[in-house]
Design a protein around this ligand. Structure first.
Ligand SMILES: *Cc1c(COP(=O)(O)O)cnc(C)c1O
Length: 401
């Protein structure tokens, strides 16, 4: 029997085709080897799998439902739109799926601390939650500009007991926070685990985070089949920042005849600096320990990027997303700010669900797809809820009448 896609990718060095790998300083080689070997064992361990299953069921609130968005579908004119409700996860997004698993891994490794960078604070809050649950210390590196901008998430992390390390060099945002966290990790790797926040970073994180997120696709496939008398959706749609919520839902359908759309933020326009559409406009390059497709300047440095959704605001993308695009298994789509805000308000009014601005990109594209394909069924990963975004939206985009 042919091997399934997920068991055959990545190779043992962490490459998905030419993308991925582990480009790390020699001082960290030992630490990543330890993580890799531990994950190899634990991913087959009954105890680990069973403990994670129980956490997901009793603490996180899984399985999250699949919901047929009837009002939205009728509004668009026929194509049937379904939502996988990751916004109903504890802490309000898919991120807890990998954070709980990473913290469980840290516990099995006997670590005392989990650490990470955060941009908008979403990964920081999810990780601080996991740390509290397992009684681990938590250290979050965050740019000073982001600390100022994302006050409520900073306060959440502090209430949950995390220590915030402000980063004051360079642009004082996400990229500098990653650099700072890597540096701090070098001297602490025997007692701490670096818990990366998406399907990015050096091997084994792109594989590991994908596997931890694959529960989304496994559940969704079964739920969708139950609702439709055994069918598959025609299309699956997810937004792509680093690519973890997309890999999560894609995982369930990757060996099936289902179109997989990754939606990137087109922001204000197509010029460098106006968007964060790495797969659409990027070039091959190495950053933050892995080879992928990234937006870069003429000098080959990571380019400044922009997105209305801070969770999508990253100049690169997970190596598996780069690979799947290159081999033609996924289709890269985009939604700009205006379409995203329109989708944000529409689904709030039509369905009573306020989505995260990240997820609103996927919904905006799904609405287009439904209009163009009235016979299709479209499953969207609604990656998170929009409570965090409401102040920003109403201050900048007037309420529709
Ligand atoms: C962080 C975040 C994303 C983007 O990250 P991916 O790794 O691409 O999934 C998308 N949606 C929400 C709600 C997020 O918090």
């Amino acid at each position: 029997m042919a091997k399934s896609y997920l068991t055959s990718q990545p190779d043992e060095k962490g490459f998905f085709g030419k993308y991925g790998g582990a480009y790390i300083p020699p001082q960290l080689e030992e630490a990543f080897k330890e993580i890799n070997e531990a994950y190899d064992k634990l991913s087959k361990s009954y105890d680990f799998i069973n403990e994670l299953y129980n956490i997901r069921k009793h603490y996180q609130g899984r399985p999250t439902p699949v919901y047929y968005a009837k009002n939205m579908s009728e509004y668009c004119g026929g194509g049937r739109i379904y939502f996988k409700r990751e916004d109903l996860n504890h802490t309000g997004a898919h991120k807890l799926n990998h954070c709980m698993a990473e913290a469980l891994l840290a516990k099995y490794l006997g670590k005392k601390k989990i650490m990470a960078e955060t941009g908008a604070g979403q990964h920081g809050v999810a990780l601080a939650t996991a740390a509290a649950y397992f009684g681990l210390e938590c250290e979050i590196h965050m740019g000073e500009v982001d600390i100022e901008k994302e006050k409520p998430n900073v306060i959440r992390m502090q209430i949950l007991g995390a220590k915030i390390v402000p980063v004051s060099h360079g642009l004082k945002t996400l990229k500098e926070a990653v650099d700072s966290c890597f540096e701090a990790y070098i001297s602490q790797s025997d007692t701490a685990l670096y818990a990366i926040g998406s399907v990015v970073g050096p091997h084994p994180f792109p594989k590991m985070v994908r596997d931890f997120q694959s529960i989304v696709g496994i559940e969704a496939k079964e739920q969708f089949a139950k609702m439709t008398g055994g069918q598959l959706p025609d299309s699956v749609v997810a937004c792509v920042g680093g690519g973890s919520n997309a890999m999560g839902i894609f995982s369930g359908f990757i060996d099936d005849p289902v179109k997989l759309y990754g939606v990137e933020p087109m922001g204000k326009g197509t010029k460098l600096g106006e968007n964060a559409a790495s797969l659409s406009y990027g070039k091959d390059g190495i950053m933050h320990g892995f080879n992928s497709i990234m937006l870069q300047t003429d000098e080959g440095e990571p380019a400044p990027v922009y997105s209305i959704a801070s969770g999508l605001d990253y100049p690169s993308v997970g190596p598996e997303q780069a690979h799947l695009k290159t081999i033609g298994r996924t289709i890269v789509a985009t939604a700009d700010d205006e379409e995203t805000i329109d989708a944000f308000y529409k689904i709030s009014r039509l369905e009573g669900i306020i989505p995260a601005l990240e997820s609103s990109h996927a919904i905006a594209f799904a609405m287009k797809l439904a209009r163009q394909n009235p016979k299709e069924s479209i499953l969207v990963n609604l990656s998170g809820r929009g409570d965090k975004d409401i102040d920003f939206v109403v201050e900048n985009y007037p309420l529709p009448s």
